[in-house]
Design a protein around this ligand. Structure first.
Ligand SMILES: C[S@@+](CC[C@H](N)C(=O)[O-])C[C@H]1O[C@@H](n2cnc3c(N)ncnc32)[C@H](O)[C@@H]1O
Length: 264
């Protein structure tokens, strides 16, 4: 199975993660660098946050976008009419491009979900022309305080969640130096890494709770399966954690991603 990402529809994805990947795309491309012209790949495009950001570079002639999830590819096709963007289903561990075909290869929040991320990085290098740049970014382990708050509150109020939900383990590539080591191991030159920070801003508790629970993955089924009294208690507990000692309203959480780039 090439993807460890649990998807639950493109709309849910947008609410729970796409809004943040859109925000991360700009600093990521600024760090990565985009060629002034040529053909580039968004490897693991999801619903297209990065493809759309790449399309803001008018000199690019073609933007290939590839993802394992059919639904996401369809959502990207619906989202943009830019004729330079071609979206298709595929596996980043076996990229459907010839050696040296591309001028840039980018991967936004993907490698930590790929079952063999080292193979994906080797593929990113294989399809690049000599001198072309590849770059990748993933959320840092422990770098997502809003998600930690959510998880900690869930586990505190509903210990059964520890058995019924996927375990909260460290994903590959999310530790300091791992992306860099993978790029160096794949033979990239001029490898550089960096830390990127965005703010995850929620309008109020509902904006925090609803997408997290129903946007993707196993949470929705777990919460809906609880008896009403426990469901209410859980929601109240997470709400209290979100509010702290203040009234309901906006909250902002600085969130950290690790990034790497290298030259083929
Ligand atoms: C967190 S999402 C990121 C999507 C998008 N890049 C973004 O930033 O919004 C992770 C994506 O990786 C994709 N993915 C995981 N393993 C994959 C693989 N082996 N080949 C292609 N896509 C894969 C998933 O389908 C999912 O769309």
């Amino acid at each position: 199975m090439p993807s460890n990402f649990i998807a639950k529809g493109a709309d849910g994805y947008e609410a729970v993660m796409g809004r943040w990947s859109q925000r991360l795309a700009a600093p990521f491309l600024e760090f990565a660098g985009v060629p002034s012209r040529g053909r580039v790949l968004d490897a693991g495009c999801g619903t297209g946050s990065l493809s759309v950001a790449l399309a803001a570079h008018p000199g690019l002639e073609a933007i290939e976008a590839l993802d394992f999830e059919e639904d996401f590819v369809a959502a990207l096709k619906k989202r943009t009419a830019d004729p330079r963007i071609s979206a298709r289903r595929g596996d980043v561990c076996a990229l459907p491009y010839e050696d040296g075909d591309l001028d840039g290869v980018y991967s936004l929040l993907v490698l930590h979900f790929v079952s063999d991320p080292h193979q994906a990085v080797r593929e990113m290098r294989r399809v690049l022309r000599p001198g072309g740049t590849a770059a990748a970014t993933v959320w840092a382990f422990g770098g997502m305080p809003s998600w930690s708050l959510f998880w900690d509150a869930i586990l505190a109020h509903e210990p059964e969640a520890a058995d019924k939900l996927p375990p909260r383990t460290k994903r590959p590539m999310t530790g300091q130096g791992e992306l860099r080591a993978a790029f160096e191991g794949a033979g990239f030159a001029d490898v550089a890494d960096s830390v990127l920070t965005i703010s995850m801003d929620y309008a109020n508790f509902e904006d925090f709770w609803y997408p997290m629970v129903y946007g993707q993955g196993a949470f929705g089924g777990f919460v809906d399966g609880l008896p009403q009294a426990r469901r209410d208690r859980l929601r109240d507990g997470v709400r209290a954690a979100y509010l702290g000692n203040d009234s309901d309203g906006p909250r902002a959480f600085a969130t950290v991603a690790l990034a790497v780039r290298g030259t083929a």
